[in-house]
Design a protein around this ligand. Sequence first.
Ligand code: PNS
Length: 192
Amino acid sequence: MDSLRIIPPPRGSLRGEGNDRPLAEEQKGCRRVQRVVCPGSFDPVTNGHLDIISRAAGLYDEVIVAVLINVTKKSLFTVDERVEMLGQITARYGNVKIERFHGLLVDFCAANGITAVIKGLRAVSDFEYEMQMAQMNYRMAKVETLFMTTNPLYSFLSSSLVKEIARYGGDVSGLVPELVLSSLRERLAEAE
Ligand code: PNS
C-alpha cells in the first residue's frame, strides 16, 4: 500500500514566510490577541450598545469600547462620567476595556494595535453613513469594519431619543441600564 507523504508547501506560501508580515508570536507558540474596537459617543450608553458590546465580547479576545472626546458637541454626561458608567456596566465581561479617544479613529486603532471596528446596524437609515465611514477608514488605514445587526428589541433605540424622552418625563426604563436610568434622572433634576 502506498504510504502517504506530506509534501511541504512551496516557500513563500506560508504566512510569515517570504512576506513582510512575520508571525513571530505564532512561531513562538503564542497566538495574536484578537482585538476589536467599538467606538461611539455613548451619551449615554443604551441597552442597544450593550447588546453589541456583549456579543462582540463573545467573539473577540478583547473589546475596546472607545468613547469619543468631542469638544464641539454638547453632551449630557462628561466623557469621564460616560467612561465610569461604561466601566461599571461592562465589568461583568472580563475582556471589555473602556478607553477614550480624540481625533481620528484610525489613529486610535494604530496606537492600540487594533485592526477592526465593530458597529451595530439598526436600520437601513444607518447604513449609508456607516458604509461611508467604513470605506473611508479602510482607505485611510486598512482598518476593517464589521457590522453586527442590532437585536430587533433595540432597533429603534438611540441615545438622543433616550435623552429627549427622559427630558420630557417619558419612561426609558428597559432601554438603558439601571445605572444610566438613575444618572439620567439625577442629571435632569439638576437641570430643572
Ligand atoms: O455614537 P456616535 O456619535 O454615532 O459615534 C460616531 C463615531 C465616534 C464612531 C465617529 O464619529 C468617529 O469614528 N469619530 C472619530 C473621528 C473620525 O475618525 N472621523 C472620520 C470617520 S471616517
